[in-house]
Write a protein that binds this ligand. Structure first.
Ligand code: HEC
Ligand code: HEC
Ligand code: HEC
Ligand code: HEC
Ligand code: HEC
Length: 423
């Protein structure tokens, strides 16, 4: 008798356990479905079934249950004004039919999950956070190699790439086989493992995901890499300088765009039926050597360390020249009669640069070697551009001209045109 009671009670407990578990996980999506179904007329309800919905996309190796809650995403006639019951904006689901694409290939998130936080990737173990709003554009490049063909739909992505080029990020970073190796390779930064960011996450406010991490990095490069002062180290250990990455003063819009662009940098090998390759790079012709040289300066990211327009001023910890990288406005004065020397300097770089204080470590920034990566005609055009920078130095002027100039807005070095985006 006792034994039977024991078995019965254990059985009951097990059943209760299963029911609680089920109710716990089912509560969220069932309540969304309940709320949605209530808004439908009887005849509409006939076309909408309940239960967990899943889109199985074998070719993409994905199972997405997003439509369990996003019930009207492809049914505008039933859509409501609030999430998760809106219809999809634009024609994206017409161009990318739900059964062939699912949702997560564009939005990230966790396809199989049926709770809001987990589905949106807002849980610790999931490394693909939901992409909302403009950030969704990071996904398009997996398949659309030719951004020009969809440019109307990817403004943030295109802007992000333009900012990347204009600020000279290539001068320190490589993407695929282009750029310098002063710092990390960004070829797959869009899928960088969370394990490598754990220490950084501890210094950031949540959410602790890749999108927020990139934004933080761009907003305050030194926040996550503040360095270690010698007084905080055991005697004899070398101090560590804060990040050598410049503070660019990007605005929120630029930060979002560059983040979107960086997120788009992932390794991806989707089936050929989904992918449209990039067209070959068009050959660019320039109206003048100066225009050509301006494009070369931008393309190779010289602005990385010498500032946009070569005005200098990037901070270089313990660098000999007042801890700043040099401006290029005096290149003509120094090398005007020594063009070959200048070309040799650009080809072979200068590393390490002199230190301000011999007792402290080498500066993080140095003049990298470009070897034959810059072709001879490009190098010649670059020299023309560098020499032209002398014109930006204050010219000897009459007092009257000086007041005239003070009244007009300060002349900004003009940002060069985006001539041949690489990646
Ligand atoms: C359990 C229900 C549920 C599931 C499953 C779910 N969502 Fe959501 N979703 C919501 C709710 C509720 C909101 C509104 C609150 C919010 O933004 O978090 C929302 C908002 C969104 C938004 C943002 C809307 C906005 O205007 O900010 C996107 C995008 C989105 N979901 C995509 C997805 C994708 C992709 C999946 C599948 C991986 C998914 N959702 C799965 C319930 C769900
Ligand atoms: C081809 C890529 C693509 C696919 C596939 C896709 N979406 Fe979107 N989705 C977008 C884009 C792009 C936007 C932003 C549109 C805009 O702001 O004009 C968006 C917007 C949304 C929004 C509005 C909120 C926001 O973030 O702007 C929701 C909700 C949403 N998608 C859910 C889904 C769900 C659920 C699925 C799967 C059924 C899905 N999407 C499939 C690209 C996609
Ligand atoms: C998984 C691959 C994939 C992703 C991700 C993807 N697309 Fe597409 N897209 C396609 C395919 C395939 C087509 C159909 C091309 C065809 O045959 O016309 C298409 C069609 C389109 C079209 C219609 C083109 C036309 O000429 O009719 C537009 C616009 C578009 N996609 C924009 C986007 C945008 C914007 C994103 C990112 C939010 C995106 N796509 C993400 C694969 C993808
Ligand atoms: C990663 C940082 C970095 C990048 C990128 C970089 N430079 Fe430099 N460059 C330096 C530093 C630091 C010096 C100072 C070297 C020294 O003190 O001897 C320097 C020196 C120079 C000088 C000599 C200046 C002088 O007054 O003697 C020239 C010219 C120059 N760079 C041109 C370029 C050009 C052209 C590019 C792009 C192709 C470029 N640099 C990219 C860091 C950089
Ligand atoms: C003058 C050199 C320099 C320039 C220019 C530069 N960075 Fe950096 N960047 C660094 C250094 C050094 C680090 C490594 C230290 C750190 O993480 O702060 C770094 C780190 C990063 C990281 C983190 C990489 C990782 O895997 O941890 C990202 C992302 C990044 N940079 C993006 C950019 C972008 C985007 C630009 C252009 C807007 C840019 N960087 C321009 C020097 C530079």
């Amino acid at each position: 008798m006792k034994r039977l009671l024991f078995v019965l009670l254990t059985g009951l407990l097990a059943v209760l356990f299963v029911i609680t578990m089920w109710r716990d996980t089912a509560r969220e999506w069932t309540s969304y479905q309940g709320r949605f179904l209530k808004t439908l007329h009887t005849d509409e309800r006939r076309n909408v079934s309940g239960g967990i919905k899943q889109i199985i996309v074998k070719d993409l190796n994905r199972v997405d249950r997003c439509t369990t809650c996003h019930l009207a995403i492809d049914k505008p006639q039933l859509a409501l004004g609030e999430e998760p019951f809106t219809a999809h904006p634009g024609k994206f689901l017409e161009w990318h039919p739900v059964e062939k694409f699912g949702c997560t290939v564009c939005h990230g998130g966790q396809g199989l999950a049926t709770e809001v936080k987990a589905a949106h990737g807002d849980v610790k173990h999931w490394e693909d956070p939901l992409r909302r709003g403009n950030v969704v554009q990071a996904s398009c490049r997996q398949c659309h190699g030719d951004l020009k063909a969809i440019e109307a739909h990817v403004p943030a992505l295109i802007k992000g790439r333009e900012v990347f080029l204009a600020k000279g990020c290539y001068g320190c970073h490589t993407i695929k086989d282009f750029g310098q190796t002063v710092s990390q390779d960004l070829t797959e930064i869009g899928s960088k493992s969370y394990q490598l960011m754990e220490a950084d996450f501890e210094m950031m406010s949540p959410p602790h995901d890749r999108i927020r991490w990139l934004e933080t990095k761009l907003r305050h490069p030194r926040m996550l890499n503040p360095g270690v002062r010698p007084e905080h180290l055991p005697p004899g250990e070398e101090e560590i300088f804060p990040s050598a990455m410049p503070h660019f003063g990007l605005n929120q819009d630029d930060i979002e765009s560059v983040t979107t662009y960086l997120l788009s940098l992932t390794a991806s090998n989707l089936p050929a039926s989904y992918v449209m390759p990039a067209p070959p790079e068009p050959t660019v012709t320039y109206a003048s050597d100066l225009e050509h040289g301006t494009a070369v300066f931008e393309k190779y990211g010289c602005a990385a360390c010498h500032g946009i327009g070569g005005v200098g001023g990037r901070h270089n910890w313990n660098g000999g020249l007042g801890e700043e990288t040099p401006p290029l406005l005096y290149v003509k004065a120094y090398y005007g009669n020594h063009v070959e020397e200048l070309k040799t300097l650009i080809r072979s770089g200068r590393q390490p640069v002199p230190r301000m204080n011999a007792g402290r470590p080498n500066p993080g920034l140095y003049m990298p070697a470009w070897k034959d990566r810059i072709s001879e005609p490009d190098l010649d055009a670059l020299v023309v551009y560098l020499f032209s920078l002398a014109d930006r130095l204050p010219q000897p002027q009459t007092p009257q001209a000086a007041t005239d100039q003070a009244q007009t807005s300060p002349s900004q070095p003009t940002a060069p045109v985006d001539s041949s985006p690489i990646n």
